[in-house]
Design a protein around this ligand. Structure first.
Ligand code: RP5
Length: 163
């Protein structure tokens, strides 16, 4: 199976980003986690992204906040799918990060999840890898069926209380 890369602009992102790593691991996906910054370590970011496909990665999650250029910078250096994870910031609650990640110019897309939506980033990465992995696709189908069961149980327990 191809690996997933999870990179983040700062170690301060780690408490949120860990949910993406946990979700990927729950599906048995090999994950490598790095702290790489588009602004503070641009050379490392460029080298990492340029070598990512050859290194066995099938998808990259890039988390960053504020002027969050990491996902776009990585996407500029690879044809692998890049998922941008905007981090909540102190100034605009993450709207600055979201717009920095999602508003990519034509030709260099970044698949962007919600602000701080690390688990969704992990699930989307798994769905991308599952395109070429039937066993992983089966695990995802079970994950969704389980989610459906849980909501139906809640509906049952709720019993139309607000009717
Ligand atoms: C971004 O700036 C990081 O991804 C982080 O979300 C934010 C703040 O970084 P630190 O100043 O906490 O290292 O590059």
């Amino acid at each position: 199976m191809k690996k997933a890369a999870v990179i983040m602009g700062s170690d301060s992102d780690a408490p949120v980003v860990s949910a993406a790593v946990d979700r990927l691991k729950s599906f048995g996906i090999p994950v490598e986690v790095r702290i790489i910054s588009a602004h503070r370590t641009p050379g490392v970011a460029s080298e990492f992204a340029s070598a990512a496909a050859e290194s066995g990665f099938g998808v990259i999650i890039a988390a960053a906040g504020k002027a969050a250029h990491l996902a776009g910078f990585i996407a500029a250096h690879t044809t692998l799918p890049v998922i941008g994870l905007p981090m909540k910031s102190s100034f605009m609650d993450g709207l600055d990060s979201l717009l920095s990640v999602v508003q990519m110019p034509t030709g260099v897309p970044v698949a962007t999840v919600g602000v701080g939506a690390a688990e969704n980033a992990g699930i989307l990465a798994a769905q991308i890898l599952a395109l070429s992995d039937d066993a992983l696709a089966a695990k995802l189908a079970e994950f969704k069926a389980d989610m459906t069961r849980k909501v139906m149980e809640k509906d049952e327990a709720f019993g139309g209380k607000l009717d």
